[in-house]
Design a protein around this ligand. Sequence first.
Ligand SMILES: [Fe+2]
Length: 434
Amino acid sequence: METFEYLHGFGSEFSSEDPRCPDSLPKGQNSPQKCPYGLYAEQLSGTAFTAPRSENKRSWLYRISPSIGHKPFKPFLESNISSNWDEVMPDPSQMRWNPFDFPSEKKDFVEGINTICGTGEPRLKLGLGIHVYSCNVSMKNRAFYNSDGDFLIVPQHGNLRIKTEFGKLTVEPNEICVIQQGMRFQVEISEPSRGYILEVYGRHFTLPDLGPIGANGLANPRDFMTPVACFEDVEEEFEIIAKYQGHLFVCIQEHSPFDVVGWHGNYVPYKYNLENFMVINSVSFDHCDPSIFTVLTCQSDKPGTAIADFVIFPPRWSVQEHTFRPPYYHRNCMSEFMGLIKGKYEAKEGGFLPGGATLHSIMTPHGPDVNCFEKSSQEELKPCRVADSTQSFMFESCLGLAVTKWGAQTSKKLDHDYYKCWKGLKKNFTGPKK
Ligand SMILES: [Fe+2]
């Protein structure tokens, strides 16, 4: 796979010039009467102009042609993307999906996005969508952008080579990337590829506060990587596909959208390797809440409550004494969607497979299966490694999630026997004291 250069940091003010055009960024101002090299200046705003400085996100792009040079949008119908949360009756049951199929006919990244569940309203900029992508061809002379929100992309199989207006990045399984609202991108693949997407409407991901952990730990800001400017000067027909108000639209333009020669700002795409996550956990007793594994969070207006957390369960040591070490039995006021990138999930060694998923909805009980409970209640508690060669993750939300028709029916992947994994949990009650 090609290796590209990156800028390091999270939420930083970056600037980047394609080395073929040195000094392409205007000096001392954003919008001079004439830009260097005859470029057009264009601002991409990721927050309201008047957002507080600590949250304000925008970038300035200096490009060969302005984005406005395109024909009108028309509906793009080849898609299973949905934000209609009333397609099927709600179902509070525990849900598990077998691994989603690779496409049987040719589909690129955009055509291969299928919405499994979600909630809210893109027009109100509140809510989220959870999708899987499954594709077998590269996007050709085609770019995509999302006007509804940000995409957090979690590849499960196959490397993605992503061309963006800001430059190029490669994202492989066990890495994630975030392409924020409005950023145009194109995905190239070298084999049938599959993964998960968490979309949040109208808000952006941040790093979680660390509180008493201190200044370092979990996902460290310097490990986030943003591409460097790399333009192409191509005068060919390009399709620009927009996700707008939950639907896809397409328009045509006569030049590449990846024509940004230089850019600066703090509103950028980025990637992160999950291997760099510094795991913090109990070294005495009891099982920490999974929030200790939060990589990125998208906060609601309620303090400490997330529209969406991206949480991972990485390889680590387990050392707790006199403790039931796997995840505890749980009923949650939050929704929990899980996926598996590789290996086996510690609380359920069978049934939950890479490329599959589970959904445990608000207040629906969940927890270790029978085998896991029996084994972990008996085993000798020596320090041991857990989750080696695996990576499972959770999208957790304070919002109630609705499953789409694709998730419930069309995909044909729902495992109707999932509940049986808890069948056989024995009554161990020893009775009242005599
Ligand atoms: Fe839970």
